[in-house]
Design a protein. Structure first.
Lengths: 161, 151
């Protein structure tokens, strides 16, 4: 169980009324991670939604056996692991701490039960989920275009023009 | 008038319950657009959810003022403009018909009005759209991976 104020301070949950926040606070807990710890791995089924209380987390993609690139950096009060709410909940990235961290974990199975039992809560929370996923997808698209711009074949094309 | 069977052919709604699809079907329309029609323009408000039944639409972003990148092709069963069901959503790409297209359309504004009185509809549809974004994100990750490996 966690303090309801933690959820009030978080963008993902802040629009929910206190009675809904209390239900979520009841099922959540805080875990501590040391610097350079793995929170979850690419390809793993996600079981929890994560809220970063303190510290820094990177979301990384494996491009080779020994190389990872950063897709996103999560700052305090940020949310990640939203995919845990979907049936197809395989993570497409690895989450690694960049400092000592405190992270709130909200179990997906339990929160989905709450959302299906109270569609109003489901409505309010899924609006936030959609906004966050949309932003992350746009960030990934921007990264893709930046890498594409630097590709030798594209650089040649730009030079010709 | 569209039916739940028509909507179940769309990937976004293939697992949605029939009683909710009946509500959506009443609001949906079918339209035909000619080649070259711009259905969504970058930086403009997204007002309509588009669902393809026939034809092909290119999803385009600019790499430079002179070079366009086609991020994806939307074909039968695919949907785009899904963020129209969230207030204030602005388009981050342009969508253009590559050939004559038959498209099911839904007004985002009308869906948001229905959501006010039907939380189950809202939850179900927002979850369906979130799953779609998850698929897009996986596709982008795959594209990034391929590009990094090729570079």
């Amino acid at each position: 169980m966690i303090d309801i104020q933690i959820l009030r301070d978080n963008d993902f949950f802040k629009d929910l009324p206190d009675d809904m926040l209390e239900k979520i606070a009841d099922i959540s807990w805080i875990e501590k991670f040391e610097n350079e710890s793995y929170i979850f791995h690419q390809g793993e089924g996600l079981m929890n939604l994560h809220l970063l209380l303190s510290g820094k987390v990177s979301l990384k993609l494996s491009v080779a056996d020994d190389k990872m690139v950063t897709l996103a950096k999560i700052e305090p009060l940020g949310t990640f692991g939203i995919h845990a709410l979907m049936e197809e909940n395989t993570s497409s990235f690895t989450a690694i701490t960049r400092s000592d961290c405190e992270i709130v974990k909200v179990p997906a199975r339990k929160i989905l039960y709450l959302l299906k039992d109270d569609f109003k809560m489901g409505h309010l929370l899924m609006i936030q989920a959609l906004k966050l996923l949309k932003q992350r997808m746009e960030d990934h698209t921007t990264q893709f275009l930046q890498v594409l711009y630097q590709h030798p074949d594209v650089a040649n094309l730009i030079d010709i023009r | 008038m569209l039916t739940t069977v028509d909507l179940k052919r769309i990937g976004l709604f293939k697992d949605s319950p029939d009683h909710l699809l009946e509500i959506i079907a009443k609001e949906a329309q079918i339209s035909i657009f000619s080649t070259g029609t711009k259905l969504i323009s970058i930086n403009e408000q997204v007002q309509t959810l588009f669902m393809m039944t026939m034809g092909q639409v290119a999803i385009i972003k600019k790499l430079t003022p002179e070079i366009d990148v086609i991020l994806d092709y939307a074909q039968s069963g695919a949907s785009f403009g899904v963020s129209s069901i969230v207030q204030g959503s602005v388009a981050t790409y342009t969508a253009v018909c590559q050939e004559p297209c038959e498209v099911i359309t839904l007004s985002g504004k009308r869906m948001m009005e229905l959501f006010k009185d039907n939380d189950e509809l809202a939850y179900s549809m927002l979850m369906d759209v979130s799953r779609q974004y998850k698929r897009y994100m996986d596709l982008r990750a795959h594209m990034l991976l391929k590009l990094w490996r090729d570079s």
